[in-house]
Ligand binder design. Structure first.
Ligand SMILES: Nc1ncnc2c1ncn2[C@@H]1O[C@H](COP(=O)(O)OP(=O)(O)OP(=O)(O)O)[C@@H](O)[C@H]1O
Length: 163
């Protein structure tokens, strides 16, 4: 509960009040930290996106969540344009412009033995900007995905523990 209230306090005042709740047992595990699947009530408290916020993967998804940075797995190292990261940091830091940065997409996968896993492949510069700003959470859309989807990105490097 302490973590959740901290996340809520540190989330942008202009952005969603929703922070995925965590199952502590999963959260402390390096393998399967997991925001819970949002309930209807929680989903209703999320901000909805505009058409400008969408990608092909998340075009049909309206809900935006403040997802804890530390539960997001980024298996592929980013190649970064330093100026773009800096510029995004400036934009995110200013309360008047933070909303100009759209949510990233997260692949949300449930393991065969349960547990929720959140993978990020795009949004490299946004993720890096939030990380460097030491934000606890990042705005994200959760794209319901399967292990098969993960194979598209990672091939045989996809984590075996999900199968
Ligand atoms: N100062 C800024 N610099 C760059 N993009 C910004 C800035 N402010 C707002 N944005 C918005 O943030 C989003 C950045 O997405 P973009 O696809 O360019 O990068 P990324 O997804 O974070 O990284 P990558 O595409 O390399 O994985 C765009 O929608 C852009 O309009």
């Amino acid at each position: 509960m302490e973590f959740i209230s901290q996340s809520i306090r540190q989330a942008s005042r202009r952005f969603p009040r929703y922070v995925p709740s965590l199952r502590r047992s999963h959260y402390s595990s390096s393998r399967s930290p997991a925001p819970k699947i949002p309930s209807d009530r929680q989903v209703n408290s999320c901000r909805t996106s505009t058409t400008m916020d969408t990608t092909i993967h998340s075009a049909g998804i309206a809900e935006i969540h403040n997802v804890p940075m530390e539960v997001i797995k980024r298996p592929i190292p980013s190649v970064l344009d330093e100026k773009k990261v800096q510029s995004l940091m400036d934009t995110i830091q200013r309360e008047t412009s933070e909303d100009e940065v759209p949510p990233i997409d997260l692949l949300w996968i449930t393991g065969s033995e349960g547990g929720d896993y959140y993978f990020s492949f795009g949004g490299c510069h946004r993720f890096e900007a939030y990380k460097r700003l030491q934000r606890d959470t990042i705005k994200a859309k959760l794209v319901r995905s399967t292990l098969g989807d993960l194979y598209h990105y990672m091939g045989s490097s996809a984590p075996k523990y999900l199968a």
